[in-house]
Design a binder for this molecule. Structure first.
Ligand SMILES: [Zn+2]
Length: 375
């Protein structure tokens, strides 16, 4: 999301550069006047490539840290762009021309493992916004996106699919930046410029809804969603309007204060990533692993949160013996909430576990067990 970019009249709501549709534009080269880039670092060939991929190259294209930055806050790894260009030159078929797909492909199960690192990891306010932002994606109906946040992990290059970290984005003037998917895999980096947000003043930096919105927005780029307010009529998502001022994928951002998806965001997400009958989604619990003794409340979330699920939350002791079953919003002994908030819990210090079982959905979800400590 850009800090101060004022865009011209928007044409379309949430759009994604769908492979088949983008391919129709392969022979339309951008004109010189349509380009606005640092030609010393972004070659005409790359500019043409980005244009053909559906990005608006009239907005400055930057090249830095091994990435091309388009539309203000969308990052494409240069190595992947060059690999894709190499494949094209190798004489590929029409289908190979655009092998750099914008969507996560193939898998009925979009379980996406996430770790948070850097200064974000130790910032309680940001961590809560990250949990909420991820939960907003997970809770979308008829959408198989299932982010699994494990706060106990650090990046090992193996387990995680996506790293969320802080970074200095001042050179491109962005609050956040999301890497674009590549070859069917989720964009694997989400950066937040914590200083830029903090310096935006109390009306922005201290408002949790805006932080959550920023996380939701950049995650959208990681999933292959472009900006809703940058016209690209050739790859609009069916069922979305010309303009959606409430979309989480609008690029302006500075005065956006809500932390939920618009109606058309939901349509777009379920269009791109529908739940399929054989989806197997991994449930997980995420939230603080250390709770201060006497904390007024603490909150945990379930990852697999689709449709009319039921959640049974149970508190276990250090030996994983039953201590308590939570009955908020109880129906027939099952809990309907995907987040568990424990208020003024008098538990003594020690090791505990939370267990969350999901039932009643039209897909399979494994039980989740989460250790945490009160100290
Ligand atoms: Zn953006």
């Amino acid at each position: 999301m850009q800090k101060s970019h004022i865009l011209a009249a928007a044409r379309l709501a949430v759009v994604a550069a769908l492979l088949t549709i983008v391919s129709c534009k392969k022979d339309q080269a951008p004109t010189e006047t349509a380009m606005s880039a640092d030609q010393e670092t972004v070659s005409p060939e790359v500019m043409r490539y980005l244009h053909e991929a559906g990005f608006d190259t009239t907005i400055k294209v930057a090249a830095q840290n091994g990435r091309f930055i388009v539309e203000g806050d969308i990052a494409l790894k240069q190595s992947i762009v060059f690999e894709d260009l190499r494949r094209r030159k190798a004489g590929g078929t029409e289908n190979q021309r655009h092998s750099y797909q914008s969507l996560i492909s193939g898998d009925a199960n979009c379980n996406i493992n996430v770790v948070v690192t850097g200064n974000l990891r130790t910032n309680a306010a940001w961590m809560q916004s990250i949990r909420w932002g991820i939960s907003q994606w997970n809770v979308l109906l008829n959408c198989r996106i299932n982010f699994i946040l494990d706060e106990s992990r650090t990046p090992d290059g193996v387990w995680e699919d996506l790293v969320i970290t802080d970074g200095d984005l001042s050179s491109v003037g962005a609050f956040g930046m999301g890497d674009w998917p590549a070859f069917g895999a989720v964009g694997d980096l989400l950066q937040i410029d914590m200083n830029a947000v903090a310096n935006a003043g109390s009306t922005w930096g201290e408002y949790s809804g805006k932080r959550t919105f920023l996380i939701m927005h950049e995650l959208g780029h990681n999933l292959g969603l472009r900006h809703a307010d940058i016209a690209n009529p050739d790859n609009a998502i069916p069922g979305t309007p010309v303009l959606d001022p409430n979309s989480v994928m609008n690029s302006g951002g500075n005065n956006i204060e809500f932390d939920h998806f618009s109606e058309y965001d939901r349509i777009a997400a379920s269009y791109l990533y529908p739940v399929t009958g054989n989806s197997v989604l991994t449930n997980a619990i995420y939230g603080p692993s250390v709770v201060p003794y006497g904390a007024p409340f603490y909150q945990h979330f379930a990852a697999a949160i689709y449709g009319d699920n039921f959640y049974t939350w149970t508190l276990l002791d250090a030996n994983q013996q039953h201590l308590h079953t939570f009955f908020e919003e109880e129906q027939d002994g099952r809990v309907l909430t995907w987040s568990l908030t424990v208020n003024a819990n008098p538990l003594p210090v020690g090791q505990y576990y939370l267990r969350c079982t999901v039932t009643g959905a039209d897909y399979t979800a494994s039980p989740a067990l989460f250790p945490f400590t009160i100290q």
